[in-house]
Structure formats: structure tokens, C-alpha cells
Unconditional design. Structure first.
Length: 405
């Protein structure tokens, strides 16, 4: 069993996200529970889940009103006119982009120093800065990657946000315009394009039942609101289907094939008939909470956990998942049974072995786990400690991976 970010997320975010809302501005959550920000931008609803003690697999939970869900401007039948697409016959490489960092914030910086790897210019490393994303996107292209998967975690007022306060800045939504700005800058320079897909962090689903009409719509609106904030010319699509990359099912109470189908059905209604290219984590292989159990299918399948456990060659997987190692023991205690790991990078050898396996796998998708999840020690981006070693390794073996055909 792989370590699950869903089970670690609260601990991780307490380590890396700034607490910028004072105790005087909101009620106090129960002791030992991080609560949820009740301070949202003007015009957004106040979340009502600050005092819930949600735990994974804790039974179905009604998501309630979706009045927090606000689509962007890129929605409607015309989006198809600007869509660029890869082919499923191509060999494509991607990575997971954890864009929640703001090292310009002294509190965030202090939690990094001496614990996690540091980017080479931390004074200008923030989800709010287009230059941060432009630099990272350029490095992803240098690593021979085709598209990036930013982790999406919902909107202000989202009932599934049961983590540390982040107001007045909501990285999940406020980081997107900065990313688009970065892509616009590169486009103006005539640079090679990098496309954006959606890494759907399903930890926000808060035990929703995805077999009910309300649960299915809750599942969908996050996809709608992510893609509608990004110009379609930047969408990552395969066979004209925008990519939705699902994380695991720990925070889902029930789902079946109809849950997956609904995503594409509703997306087609809102986006000119376009359907989705859905890549599932391995926990989505069969239904959950449904009797009798039934298989679930979609366009692709991967297994999270390459960073700590190595390359997974199970034949049902369609994604070659690779990772450099894993370390969260700076703040996680209790050993593997508590999802606390310290897996040595072996000076890059561990990552190189996995890349070698991926390069001859015959799979058409390769995913590097991760670009910059510093708090789990899985980062391959340029850092003070590692330099560009992992970017160079990625480029070398992705070239071999793409030469399979």
C-alpha cells in the first residue's frame, strides 16, 4: 500500500502553509484539529465546516449548497476553437505541480529552512508571481515534459477545505491567473508551449457520495471551475479530450462507473461537446460502497507511490510513474504504519533506475512524482541542495522514452 497524501495532507499543510488569520477573526476549532478558514474574499459564502471532525471513510456526507462554485470566463461552445491536442499514440511526459508555496512569506520560509529543499531564488518563489511559474515551466520544458498537472484544491468557501487558514490568499484559485500570465509571456516570446492539465486532489471531496445527483455535481464543478479559468489554447488534451488526473478515493464514500461518466457528460454540456480524458489512481479500479462491486474504467490508470516504493510494473497500469525518493519524517512520526517514510535518493540513482524502467515500458504516459512537493521530499525541480541534477536526468530518459515508437 502506498503512502497517501490524503492521510498526510493536514500535517503537511500545517508545516508549509502560512497561518495569516488571527484567532480573533474567527471562532476556535476544537483542540488538536486544524479547522478551516472562515475568512473568504468578499462575495464568497462562508464555509460551515470549521468544526467538523471529518475522517476518511467516515460515511457519506452531503456537500450541501454549491454557491461557492464560480466558473471562469472560458466556458461555452466556442472553447473548442482554440483547443490544441496531443494524440494517444504519442509518448508524453508530465509532472505534478504543487503550487501552494509562497516563500516570500517569512512564516512559510521559516518552516522550510533546515527541513526541506529550497528553490534557488526563494525571495521570488510564490504562487502569486508569474515569474515563478514562468521559470518552473521553462525548466519543465527543459526536462522534455509536454504538460504539467497543477494540484487543484477548490475555491474559497469550498466545504471540503478542512485545513489551515490561507485567507486572504487562496493559492488554488489565485495561483491560476499567475500561471496563465506566465504562459502568455512565453507565448509572446515565441517559446515552446507547455500545456496544463488538472490534477484533481480528491482529498477535497470530504466523504461525498459520488453516486447521488448532488455528489456527482459536486464532483464535476471543480473540473468546470478549474478549466474555465484557463484559456483553452493552454489546456492539456489527448485526442481532443482535456485531461483530468484523479488522485485516490480515501475521501470518497461511494462511487461507481456513473461517477466517472458524469464528469464527461457534464463537461460536454458546458464546453461545446468536449469529453474528458480521465486518468484514475489505482484505487478507482473498482466501485466503492456499492453492492455488488463493479469494475470502473476510464482512459488511463496510474499508481501513486513511485517516490517511496519505486516503479510499479503491474500490467493494468497505463502510466509509467517515477519518483526520486521520499522523506516526511521531519514532521511525521510513527513509522510506515503512520505513513511516515525516509527513503534515500541514493544521489539520484534511485530515480535513474525508475526512469530506465519507464523508458522501455511501452506505456504512452510518464509521470514524475513530483516537481515540487518539498514537504515529502519528492521534488525534482532545481534546488539549492540538488541543483539541476533531476531535471537533467528527466530530460535524458524522457528522450529515450519518446524514442520507443
Amino acid at each position: 500500500m502506498t503512502p497517501r497524501r490524503g492521510l498526510l495532507m493536514v500535517v503537511v499543510l500545517l508545516a508549509v502553509l502560512p497561518w495569516v488569520v488571527s484567532a480573533q477573526e474567527q471562532p476556535q476549532a476544537p483542540a488538536g484539529y486544524p479547522g478551516q478558514s472562515n475568512t473568504v474574499p468578499e462575495g464568497f459564502p462562508t464555509p460551515t465546516t470549521a468544526f467538523e471532525r471529518l475522517t476518511p471513510n467516515d460515511g457519506p456526507r452531503d456537500p450541501g449548497s454549491l454557491d461557492w462554485a464560480r466558473p471562469g470566463e472560458y466556458i461555452g461552445a466556442n472553447v473548442i476553437n482554440d483547443l490544441r491536442s496531443f494524440s494517444s499514440q504519442q509518448y508524453l511526459a508530465t509532472t505534478y505541480y504543487f503550487y501552494w508555496h509562497d516563500l516570500t512569506n517569512p512564516t512559510s520560509r521559516s518552516r522550510f529552512e533546515g527541513r526541506f529543499h529550497i528553490p534557488p531564488d526563494p525571495d521570488h518563489y510564490s504562487f502569486l508571481l508569474p515569474e515563478t511559474h514562468q521559470r518552473e515551466f521553462d525548466d519543465m520544458l527543459a526536462a522534455n515534459l509536454d504538460f504539467v498537472l497543477p494540484v487543484y484544491w477548490g475555491e474559497p468557501g469550498h466545504p471540503g477545505r478542512t485545513t489551515a487558514q490561507t485567507a486572504p490568499h487562496y493559492w488554488s484559485t489565485e495561483g491560476i491567473p499567475a500561471m496563465v500570465d506566465a504562459l502568455d509571456r512565453n507565448r509572446a516570446l515565441g517559446a515552446q508551449p507547455l500545456q496544463i492539465g488538472m490534477f484533481y486532489d480528491t482529498t477535497i471531496l470530504a466523504n461525498a457520495d459520488l453516486t447521488t445527483p448532488a455528489g456527482k455535481e459536486y464532483f464535476y464543478v471543480n473540473v468546470r471551475d478549474f478549466y474555465s479559468r484557463i484559456p483553452p489554447r493552454y489546456w492539456a488534451a489527448i485526442d481532443d479530450k482535456p485531461i483530468v488526473w484523479l488522485y485516490d478515493t480515501v475521501w470518497v464514500s461511494r462511487f461507481d462507473q456513473s461517477s466517472i461518466d458524469y464528469l464527461s457528460d457534464r463537461f460536454a454540456q458546458d464546453f461545446g461537446g468536449l469529453r474528458l480524458y480521465v486518468v484514475r489512481e489505482s484505487q478507482w479500479q473498482g466501485s466503492k460502497g456499492v453492492d455488488p462491486p463493479a469494475p470502473v474504467s476510464s482512459d488511463g490508470l496510474y499508481a501513486w507511490g513511485a517516490a517511496p516504493f519505486g516503479y510499479n510494473d503491474s500490467p493494468e497500469l497505463t502510466v509509467a510513474e517515477v519518483g526520486p525518493g521520499f522523506k516526511n519524517t521531519q514532521y511525521c512520526t510513527g513509522g510506515p504504519e503512520k505513513n511516515c517514510f525516509d527513503v534515500d535518493r541514493e544521489d539520484g540513482t534511485r530515480y535513474e533506475r525508475q526512469l530506465q524502467q519507464a523508458a522501455v515500458s511501452g506505456r504512452h504516459l510518464l509521470a514524475a512524482e513530483t516537481w515540487n512537493e518539498f514537504s515529502e521530499g519528492t521534488d525534482i525541480q532545481e534546488t539549492v541542495e540538488m541543483g539541476r541534477q533531476y531535471i537533467d536526468l528527466t530530460r535524458r530518459y524522457v528522450e529515450q522514452f519518446k524514442a520507443q515508437h
